[in-house]
Design a binder for this molecule. Sequence first.
Ligand code: NAD
Ligand code: DAU
Length: 351
Amino acid sequence: MKTYLVTGGAGFIGSNFVIYMLGKYSDIKIVNFDKLTYAGNLENLKAIENNKNHIFVQGDICDKEVVENLFKVYDIDYVVNFAAESHVDRSIKEPEIFAKTNVLGTVNLLNVAKNAWETETGFKAGVKYLQVSTDEVYGSLGETGYFVEETPLDSHSPYSSSKAGADLMVKAYADTFKMPVNITRCSNNYGPFQFPEKLIPLLINNCLNHKDLPVYGDGLNIRDWLYVEDHCKAIDMVINNGRLGEVYNVGGHNERTNMQIVKTVIEYLHESVDKEISETLIKYVEDRKGHDKRYGIDPVKIKEELGWYPETTFEVGIKKTIQWNLDNKDWMNNVTSGQYQKYYDKMYEGK
Ligand code: NAD
Ligand code: DAU
């Protein structure tokens, strides 16, 4: 039975990953380690609250003693590091916490894992550290071309620079200590449990409340959208079959301007929920500082080496995501009002 240490597993992608993995495999154990910042929410894990192969531990990836203790208590085979401060706008306001969590937290995880796994002749067999990174480390594209794994790192925001710094530390552990690692760099995810500070859930929530839909700049910046489950599937494949030391880009050639996303959300909600939801809600606002123009991933390496492909088209995924938000209005109300703390207290009463 393989044991995974999944960090940040109460956040958006991490919770989807933990649910995906426990649904797919009955012979793995997941130690889910999360600080439960504003972005982490145990309500995301409700579907697996009675699963005996899931152990939740609240804590900070920067805390050496606590992370060392996890390695002492559990025989960890894989580390999958999702834990991060993940929102670009916040990083522009408060860069320090991004450097701390994303860079120093990653170094702490690497170091503790290395100490636990290193033997006199190398590393224990079958162990791996996987860093969940982002396409933003490559910077911004012009009208043509795609990010490939060899594209030089050229991050711009404090968020993406902290993720690039973390990637370089992972590389340092691979190059210096021959530590078994992989890095995945994925494009923009969307799907269930995404915190409504990010574009798609923010649009859905604001539409339902008849609030303005803030569009930064001219609305023509381009992102490459991937349904979150396809990202989870890619990470599973890289853990199990990725060549050691390699970087894998993950993306499904789903480029859209922000305005196309805004109009798609409005159209769906206008037709299926409320005729008052319309383009009159769109409000152009000041542009994000240093706003990257375009991201676009070339996923040829992960496709050819590991057989990964995106299963959910954007047309299907966006409908599923909007419908999930409509079916889970309590979740949205809870995360926007901090009510999930009550759920946590209830779930862990007396433990
Ligand atoms: P998120 O903000 O929804 O979740 C982050 C999780 O990390 C939260 O549960 C939070 O409580 C936890 N966390 C934060 N600081 C911590 C700390 N010091 N110790 C332990 N836990 C901590 O983020 P997300 O969108 O799910 O992204 C997850 C990872 O994937 C991040 O590393 C991000 O850079 C990367 N990524 C995200 C996207 C995307 O589109 N969202 C795309 C590519 C890569
Ligand atoms: O590319 C992967 C990255 O995608 C991840 O590494 C990040 O963790 C994740 O947050 C995301 O970053 P973005 O900055 O691309 O996502 P966000 O949802 O914040 O913004 C998407 C686009 O929409 C971006 O061009 C900014 C714009 N935007 C965003 C918000 C929140 C708006 O126009 N209005 C908004 O209110």
